[in-house]
Design a protein around this ligand. Sequence first.
Ligand code: FES
Length: 159
Amino acid sequence: QQRSYHERVLDHYNNPRNVGSMQKNNADVGTGLVGAPACGDVMKLQIKVDPKNDTITDVKFKTFGCGSAIASSSYLTELVRGMTLEQAGKIRNTEIAKELCLPPVKLHCSMLAEDAIKSAITNYYTKNPKAKQTDLGGTGAAMPKIEIEKLPADAPTQA
Ligand code: FES
């Protein structure tokens, strides 16, 4: 019997939250860009940080990937808004996978979201070396050389 997508995945897939881009040159914006080696799917995640309290005030994503990757990134954007960088850096893919009821073969899709937030935080730290740095742990922040701007601009997300 074929396993169908869980309704929470479908909800985020059909109505992805916070799709879009921010001006990546702004000092208060951290941009994460990661790819999943297993399938080639790509996720771009951007956070806007209030430097006064290291809190994420806005977040946007673009995912060129499967439904689970789109749902994972959409859910992640809801999760991290309002969090400090330290809290956001502690999010693990297992949390995302549990919320969305992802099957084992789709775990790497949620890993993409964990890597993306770590990568965005790392980029923010690079631009703001005086910010209080937090240990991101895990793998994370592996930045592949992908130029997401070269991907179709009129398709923020696709299956
Ligand atoms: Fe690769 Fe989902 S199949 S990110």
